[in-house]
Design a binder for this molecule. Structure first.
Ligand code: FES
Ligand SMILES: [Fe+2]
Length: 372
């Protein structure tokens, strides 16, 4: 007769051991990341977001500040974001009712003798609201709000000239998205007609580094004006001198200055916009992509016209990213993952910008890993 070999249920561990640690990711932890647009966090609501592989729940406190803590109850790992936001900035877990304060401390255990085990507390994060965005500090070192990248062009001009907050979820590593944005040459191919054209293919690329900031420029003279610039210019800008400079701020922030002036005229007489790109790694294979644009030296007149131009800029850029860039980037990621052997890219002259920022990023990654 067969003996039963299964251990009695009482001998089974209550909770399985944690999964083995994953291979190291390439995320700088001691820096600021965009968690979301401010407008995405409504009072009285909780928002869950995974950032750098960590599940986090956000809510607005009664004093207007922002709370952020691990979105995984310490008891049986239910998401707190499925629970209830209560008076006094408390979150009640949906599963068995543990309650947590905005600082992540467990403040109520409704069971047994109601004692609160020290291990019940959750990690809380510092969040700063600035430039209409929520910035979170994920590392163990002391957060320094003066290091938040300068996106003040979202604050210092009328809403009429700022496009609404854009967001895309990209199924690729954030470095592939930075590569794409710092490589201005792809606009002539991927975005032909909208952001670039045949006239801009041969423009010279200049790469400059100031401290840890890498800037890639690609000016062109007396060239056919790309559609998006033509759309926001008065008559007479059908051809022009264009400037296109994208600056990278570690680890994944970019500001592109893009504009056109009449042939031979100085930049100050031209018009254009700052294109703002803010990336946050969600996992090694997914990225939160926030974007907006702020017009510079507006030359078109009338609120109705400028409001229509603002919305058109948003539509054209969203089309360029969502329908043109993202499919290519996600396909790159899939092909790289499929390869059975390590891949080493062939380098072209146009890769100077991405190569330079990678060098800075590699150094910052090794500095970040050192203890404070
Ligand atoms: S899982 Fe949260 S209280 Fe049990
Ligand atoms: Fe692009």
């Amino acid at each position: 007769m067969n003996q039963a070999t299964t251990a009695p249920a009482t001998e089974q561990p209550l909770v399985r051991a944690a999964m083995p640690a994953k291979a190291a990711d390439r995320f700088i932890r001691n820096t600021w990341y965009v968690a979301m647009w401010s407008a995405d966090l409504e009072p009285g609501k909780m928002v869950a977001r995974t950032l750098l592989n960590e599940p986090i729940v956000f809510f607005r406190k009664e004093d207007g500040g922002i709370a952020a803590m691990t979105d995984r109850c310490s008891h049986r790992f239910a998401p707190l974001s499925m629970g209830k936001l209560m008076a006094g900035d408390r979150v009640q877990c949906i599963y068995h009712g543990l309650e947590f304060g905005a600082d992540g401390k467990c403040v109520k255990n409704p069971h047994g003798n109601c004692t609160i085990p020290a291990a019940a507390h959750l990690k809380a994060y510092t969040v700063v609201e600035r430039h209409t965005l929520l910035w979170i500090w994920m590392g163990d070192k002391t957060p320094d709000p003066s290091k938040i990248p300068d996106y003040s062009c979202l604050d210092d001009r009328p809403d009429l000239h700022i496009t609404r907050p854009g967001y895309l979820s990209v199924k690729a590593n954030y470095e592939l998205v930075v590569d794409n944005l710092l490589d201005l040459s792809h606009t002539s191919y991927v975005h032909a007609g909208i952001l670039g054209n045949a006239d801009t293919v041969e423009a010279d690329i200049k790469v400059e580094q100031t401290g840890d900031v890498v800037a890639v420029s690609r000016p062109s003279k007396n060239a056919d004006t790309p559609g998006i610039l033509k759309m926001m210019s008065p008559p007479g800008f059908e051809r022009g001198d264009q400037w296109s400079t994208i600056s990278w701020y570690a680890p994944c922030y970019m500001i592109l200055e893009f504009g056109v002036s009449k042939p031979g005229e100085p930049k100050e007489k031209g018009t254009g916009y700052f294109a703002l790109h803010l990336l946050t790694p969600e996992t090694e294979r997914t990225t939160h992509y926030h974007y907006s644009a702020a017009r510079w030296n507006v030359l078109t007149e009338g609120d109705e016209k400028n409001s229509a131009i603002r919305d058109k800029i948003f539509e054209m850029r969203t089309f360029a990213f969502a329908e043109q860039d993202v499919p290519v980037i996600e396909a790159q990621q899939r092909l790289m993952d499929q390869s059975r052997t390590p891949l080493s890219p062939v380098l072209l002259a146009i890769d100077a910008g991405p190569t330079r920022y990678r060098r800075v990023l590699d150094r910052l990654l090794s500095e970040d890993a050192r203890p404070q």
